[in-house]
Design a protein around this ligand. Sequence first.
Ligand SMILES: NC(=O)c1ccc[n+]([C@@H]2O[C@H](COP(=O)([O-])OP(=O)(O)OC[C@H]3O[C@@H](n4cnc5c(N)ncnc54)[C@H](OP(=O)(O)O)[C@@H]3O)[C@@H](O)[C@H]2O)c1
Length: 247
Amino acid sequence: MSFTGKSVIVTGASSGIGAATGILFAEQGANVVIVGRNETKLNAVAQKLPKNAKSLILKADVTTDAKKIIDETVNKFGRIDILVNNAGFAKYGSLTDGKFLEAYDTIMATNVRAVAELTMLALPHLTKTKGNIINISSIAAMAVPLDGRFLAYSVSKAALDHFTRGAALEFASKGIRVNSVNPGPVATDFLDNMGVDISVDVIKEMTALKRVSTPEEIGELILYLAGDKAQGITGSIMLTDNGCLLK
Ligand SMILES: NC(=O)c1ccc[n+]([C@@H]2O[C@H](COP(=O)([O-])OP(=O)(O)OC[C@H]3O[C@@H](n4cnc5c(N)ncnc54)[C@H](OP(=O)(O)O)[C@@H]3O)[C@@H](O)[C@H]2O)c1
């Protein structure tokens, strides 16, 4: 699958799923925009890009710098073909511990509001290229969390899935596709960033296949959805969870 000459923005590409996805797109010839806030991690990803890759390493916060992300991409590459809204995080806060609203406000700003803002700003450019959008959601969107401290995160991803469907319907007449990839457990910095210490073995036991995914296998699905072979797929919520939801 070649993406030569296509311009791809990947938010949250300084680690995990976003980093793997940015590298995979670059390996397939895309001009990649690697967005994140942590400069050390951004530089580490830059080192892993193919030597001849056309890239823009962009230190930016999706909650405040959406316009900068779109403007700098267009200034550098002249077009936007694919927007991967991957930046996201979780934070504990339940209805009974009094921390729900604090978690809700910060999580929604990144996991949903920033996605909406980037989508609207990218729209004129995606209209020109008949491009597409992939939102990175989660199995958390589909199951009521057993641990109430995850409720705000689950609500954000459920909202994101509905946003994906609504945007897909609204943009279909423009030839723009919008899809979602919803992973189960993936080996990334996600839990570390939450300050949660759970062993990989415990997480594996939560899945039917007794495994966690690599960021690269999630990236491969993102590339498939972004490519022409997926021309008939829009508004889809693609689960890739090692059978977690079967249990
Ligand atoms: N790992 C899993 O098990 C799992 C499962 C289901 C869904 N997901 C979803 O997958 C996506 C990627 O997560 P991951 O697992 O790859 O975790 P990760 O390694 O923690 O990566 C999250 C990325 O998001 C970036 N980010 C967070 N807030 C940001 C902001 N305000 N502005 C710009 N960048 C921001 C982080 O970069 P900086 O810190 O540099 O800003 C980092 O690059 C998330 O949406 C997550 O909800 C993960």
